[in-house]
Design a protein around this ligand. Structure first.
Ligand code: NDP
Length: 287
């Protein structure tokens, strides 16, 4: 690795976010921020994520709870639980853990969560606010990436940003957030022609394709800032990103590692969103 490359450690920045939240929680009057996760079925990876979210909540002094529902629950059952949580004033954030069983519509569930409790930022109202440049709750992973870049004083205004991936969870909200930071934004996807050439034009390259080490050194502009969202297992079972870290870190100016880069930001910004949701609800409905 080039000694001059800046390693953008999400693990370290997430610690900064959590300690700031802990302090802000200690100064609150009234009930602490409350997050409830709804988990349908027992997907093993979801169990791990939900456990990590509960632990993170406790560490910063939030109330957290999990509603566990059997995989056979109907969409109506899940909607009923969401309705109950919507009307509980001690619950400021609601997160429905994905994936949901196939017979349940992710869109219908996401739209049922009150926009002011939608800490995932998936509700159409929050998506609209994101693109309109209004205040709202926005998806955690891209929000965390903007936080990380700001924390390291990475200049975004006027830069060419390329995002590889156009999912509703990462790629599209990332594009909207970088646009809000005054980047000139391009979004690439599986039908993009000559992706390597597109990548070489980017001052800021965010990769969220889910393809192990697809971004090679000769795809990257010298001095670019590279953010690797991907989490993949390579042929030997090792956790790797979408970027060939070893080679690319020799040419770029800053890069997120995998693991320890973008990964820890998602939960940290889920906590940030829950804190923000509570503050906004307090303003709307003061005690
Ligand atoms: P999706 O599978 O929903 O989206 C992948 C996107 O990448 C699609 O838009 C797809 O294009 C595009 N894509 C796939 N292959 C290529 C290719 N060869 N060239 C160009 N574009 C391509 O994934 P997510 O957005 O949910 O996640 C992306 C990655 O980020 C995954 O590895 C996931 O595990 C990781 N992730 C990490 C998080 C974290 O906390 N660190 C959080 C969320 C995700 P098209 O639309 O044309 O199919």
């Amino acid at each position: 690795m080039d000694d001059t490359v800046l390693v953008l450690s999400g693990r370290k920045y997430a610690r900064v976010v959590r300690s700031s939240l802990k302090e802000r929680v200690s100064l609150l009057q009234g009930s602490p921020p409350g997050l409830t996760v709804v988990m349908v079925g027992d997907d093993p990876a979801s169990k791990v994520y939900v456990g990590a979210k509960e632990k993170a909540c406790k560490k910063v002094g939030f109330n957290s709870s999990v509603v566990r529902m059997p995989a056979e629950s109907s969409e109506a059952d899940v909607l009923k639980v969401v309705e109950e949580l919507n009307s509980d004033s001690d619950i400021h954030g609601i997160l429905v853990q994905l994936p949901l069983p196939d017979h349940i519509s992710v869109d219908r569930i996401a739209s049922a969560v009150l926009p002011e409790k939608d800490v995932d930022g998936f509700h159409p109202v929050n998506v609209g606010k994101l693109w309109r440049g209004e205040d709202g709750l926005f998806p955690c992973t891209p929000s965390g990436i903007i936080g990380l870049l700001r924390h390291h004083h990475i200049v975004m205004t006027g830069k060419n940003a390329l995002i590889v991936g156009r999912s509703n969870i990462v790629g599209k909200p990332m594009a909207a957030l970088l646009l809000r930071e005054n980047c000139t934004v391009t979004v690439a996807h599986s039908r993009t022609v000559d992706l390597a050439e597109q990548c070489r034009r980017a001052d800021i390259l965010v990769v969220a394709a889910g393809r192990a080490e697809m971004i090679k050194k000769n795809w990257v502009k010298p001095g670019a800032v590279v953010v690797d969202v991907g989490m993949n297992r390579n042929s030997s079972g090792k956790l790797v990103g979408d970027v060939d870290y070893h080679d690319v870190s020799q040419i770029c100016s800053a890069i997120t590692p995998v693991p320890g880069g973008v990964g820890p930001l998602t939960i940290a910004y889920l906590l940030e969103n829950t804190f923000k949701a509570r503050s906004r609800q307090q303003i709307a409905r003061p005690n």
